[in-house]
Design a protein around this ligand. Structure first.
Ligand SMILES: Cc1cc2nc3c(=O)[nH]c(=O)nc-3n(C[C@H](O)[C@H](O)[C@H](O)COP(=O)(O)OP(=O)(O)OC[C@H]3O[C@@H](n4cnc5c(N)ncnc54)[C@H](O)[C@@H]3O)c2cc1C
Length: 582
């Protein structure tokens, strides 16, 4: 079946929804395709907050926020993008408030704000309250608010349509072609549909499922990143993957940094606040990369807790019942449900958990996808949110800076696409565009025998967790590069058990494993080539940052014999790189 709109938004998380809202308000015919029911998008799982230098309780300025973002990202951030982020954060948060988002309030009725790691006053002097929040359900409230406003504005949703290919006119995306639409698989009945459009936004979220311990939902398999990569578009800075310090021990479900923002502490087996060794000033409010490394070092040096000495504790006991119940209700409940631990009276076992992709599909400040180091635009293709790399997070994202990235760049994407649609002609799409993906899906479904994709996925996740995690060495990453290549080869022979068409999640999970493999390949290859330590990319064999050779973004292009890498310069406007201490 063929369906046409002027604009297509792939993904109904915060980034996709705000873009769709802008498009609908501009009167552009828009279809939102989402493999999940919109309010099940991972944005709804975000807990801690969304930052904006509102200065509601303490003096604050967007320039301070910009500086923190640049320093937090270990100077790999494009500073023009960080400026847009910090500046537009303020008006987008206020706009959300006006749309009806129920933020927590100060006694005088302003949006309440709390502390988060790496957010400081006066360029690093001390912590500042910058994170706006709705208890520990901030993302849930953002998603519901945006979804309701999209419905009000008449956005057309295609729920449970799994996008399986991108369409281009006049060449590949990486080769001068222009976006023309997508092919989507309707989950209910297995039918393929061709959607034509002038402008396509990729807002498909992250890919944390390539790791075995992760805070990410099952759906986060990097689909948009992989589809772009398959059409010749590079992936930027994939080696920078964030491990959040406080996942629930053994399962990785997140306990938000809000717990530390409200005054929670981290303890080792001896009951010691070990962060005093690693970040004496910022302590538990140091950035995430530093705290995750500190936890690993404590465990390595034998100060981990538990029978295997392999975790540390998050302690919120001293905050008292009122703060916990009012500001951290969900995460304390997670500790009770998943660990049987009562946070009011016991410290909670935690370990670092794979959390956030700093890298992704390269874009310019206008959210237009770019395909090389000269920032050549792929016409008609846009990206925003965790799938994109604009780059505001550089080598390490600060807490609460993702939600604001969705708002600022989701809004920009919608406005930019509306302007583009007004000027562009409708592209033409050939009749047989569904064929390549149809035969790939049929091969998965009809192969008489083959390996189980779920077992292969588990192998990939363990390989990546063990070798491309918090600490890396050349030997480990070489193991990952070779291991991913072997898994990629075996993937061509997997077979799904469900051969039917109705709600065949078995088939779609197998398809998603292919996307995860693409992301893992780009990540491992980009990582091994970066012979320095910066932000989340921390190497035992190259412990120092190397600004002479690596103050540059990696671009990984897909190739038959593995990715080929190129580099593009970092945009520096106000803040010259300095050593990063907290
Ligand atoms: C547990 C947790 C807590 C977090 N807490 C915070 C926080 O407090 N503050 C903060 O700033 N950040 C937080 N983050 C990070 C932040 O929530 C995410 O980075 C952000 O929500 C991503 O939003 P998105 O719009 O890019 O994509 P998502 O919200 O992940 O949505 C992706 C969308 O893409 C769709 N999609 C994907 N693939 C396809 C496909 N093939 N076809 C069709 N549709 C597809 C999905 O259906 C979905 O609608 C947290 C993350 C997690 C996991």
């Amino acid at each position: 079946m063929r369906i046409d709109h002027e604009a297509l938004v792939i993904g109904a998380g915060g980034a996709g929804l705000w873009a769709a809202l802008e498009l609908a308000r501009a009167g552009v015919s828009t279809g939102v395709l989402t493999k999940l029911y919109p309010t099940r998008s991972h944005t709804g799982a975000a807990q801690g907050g969304v930052c904006a230098a509102l200065g509601n309780q303490e003096e604050d300025h967007w320039e301070w926020h910009m500086f923190d973002t640049v320093k937090g990202g270990d100077y790999l951030v494009d500073q023009d993008a960080a400026e847009v982020l910090a500046h537009e954060a303020i008006e987008t948060v206020i706009e959300l408030e006006h749309m009806g988002l129920p933020f927590n309030r100060t006694p005088d009725g302003k949006i309440d704000q709390r502390r988060f790691g790496g957010h400081t006053r006066n360029f690093g002097e001390g912590p500042v309250k910058r994170a706006c929040f709705a208890a520990d359900r901030t993302g849930h409230m953002i998603l519901q608010t945006l979804y309701q406003n999209c419905i009000k504005a008449g956005v057309q949703f295609y729920d449970e349509y799994h996008v399986v290919d991108l369409l281009f006119e006049g060449g590949e995306g990486g080769d001068g072609g222009r976006a023309a639409g997508v092919v989507a698989y309707r989950i209910a009945d297995g039918e393929l549909h061709t959607f034509g459009a002038k402008a396509v936004l990729l807002a498909t979220g992250g890919n944390g499922r390539m790791f075995s311990i992760t805070s990410n939902a099952y759906s986060l398999t990097g689909d948009g990143m992989s589809l772009a990569y398959r059409h010749g578009i590079p992936l930027e800075d994939m080696e920078f993957y964030q491990f959040h310090p406080t996942g629930i021990y053994g399962i990785g479900i997140l306990l938000s940094e809000a717990a530390r923002g409200e005054g929670g502490t981290l303890l080792n087996a001896d009951g010691e606040r070990f962060m005093s060794r690693y970040a004496p000033k910022a302590m538990e409010l140091a950035p995430r990369d530093m705290i995750s490394r500190a936890i690993y070092l404590e465990i390595r040096d034998g100060r981990g807790a538990g029978p295997k000495k392999d975790y540390v504790y998050l302690d919120v006991r001293h905050l008292g019942r009122a703060v916990i119940e009012e500001k951290l209700p969900d995460i304390t409940e997670f500790a009770r449900v998943y660990l049987g631990v009562e946070p009011l009276t016991e410290p909670v076992p935690v370990q670092p958990t794979a959390h956030y992709a700093m890298g992704g599909i390269p874009t310019d400040l206008r959210t237009r996808v770019v395909r090389d180091e000269a920032n050549t635009v792929v016409e008609g293709l846009f990206a925003a949110g965790e799938a994109a790399c604009v780059s505001v997070h550089g080598a390490n994202r600060l807490g609460t800076n993702s939600l604001v990235d969705l708002l600022v760049f989701g809004r920009r994407a919608g406005r930019e696409m509306a302007a583009y649609c007004r000027a562009a002609e409708a592209p033409s799409i050939a009749a047989d565009v569904e064929e390549p993906v149809r035969s790939e899906l049929d091969a998965l479904r009809t192969r008489p025998e083959g390996e189980s994709p779920s077992a292969l996925k588990a192998e990939l996740a363990t390989l990546m967790m063990d070798n491309v995690g918090v600490f890396r060495t050349a030997r480990m990453m070489a193991t990952a590069v070779a291991g991913v290549a072997a898994i990629k080869d075996r993937y061509t022979r997997v077979r799904v058990r469900d051969t039917g068409r109705i709600f065949n999640t078995d088939l779609l999970e197998a398809r998603e494993l292919g996307y995860l493999i693409d992301g893992a390949e780009a990540m491992a290859s980009s990582a091994i080539a970066r012979t320095e330590s910066r932000g989340a990319h921390s190497r035992d064999d190259y412990p120092e940052r190397d600004d002479v050779n690596f103050l540059a973004h990696t671009l990984a292009y897909r190739g038959e014999a593995g990715p080929s890498l190129r580099y593009k310069p970092v945009t520096i406007t106000r803040f010259e790189p300095k050593p990063r201490t907290y």
